[in-house]
Design a protein around this ligand. Sequence first.
Ligand code: 13P
Length: 239
Amino acid sequence: MKKPLIVANWKATKTIKETVQWIKEAKPALEKINSADIVICPSFTSLPFVASMFKDTNVKVGSQEVSKFKKGAYTGEVTVEMLDGLADYSIVGHSERRRLFGEDDDDVIKKVKLLFEYNITPILCVSDLLQTDSYISRGEIIIEKSEKIIFVYEPPSAISGGGAYRPDNPEDVNLAAGKISEKIGKKIVVLYGGSINPENVNSFLSQKNIDGGLVGQASTDPKVFMDLFASIKLGGMVD
Ligand code: 13P
């Protein structure tokens, strides 16, 4: 298997002070990890700090969201241009954004297009196979740029959201990830997201069609996050 990609989505969990503490605890060890590629997605307020701390290291930085608007009178929005130089990646289409903030597939396609204008890699969440069809039918860009998109199969029912862990069955996830690739018609990168933790991570990464994980809760505690990489290494997931 190739090196897995592990993306940390801190969601709305950290103040700047807490970010500083997380970095202090995790940075020295994270910089030595070569068993996985790593992307950290903090909140917007912590993004400049995290980006400067990991500048010129193996750890890359992403945003959790981006505006569908390019520029202008859109109070409160953070545009792609504002991320330029700060983030190499941006999560888009997360089911929490859809459920709680009313975002739809057309919004997501607009964001993907804008991200490509600034060479920021979209980390595109897909809740189910129907949504893959919907993305494909709405935007040619999804197929055209599919090799430059990180797809994430993230069934909303598997997201812990601060509650009990209830990951999907790894074999089912493998099947779904394979079907997403089939629909796109090319070999693409597909991560799994949903209650990944140090105990279950290898059961997902050992699946043929899963190239890594989008990790919520287990990425917010530096110790648990480091345990995740220790498990990956122990599991011998890397060639
Ligand atoms: P959990 O890892 O907390 O289930 O969150 C998954 C997720 O939503 C990552 O984006």
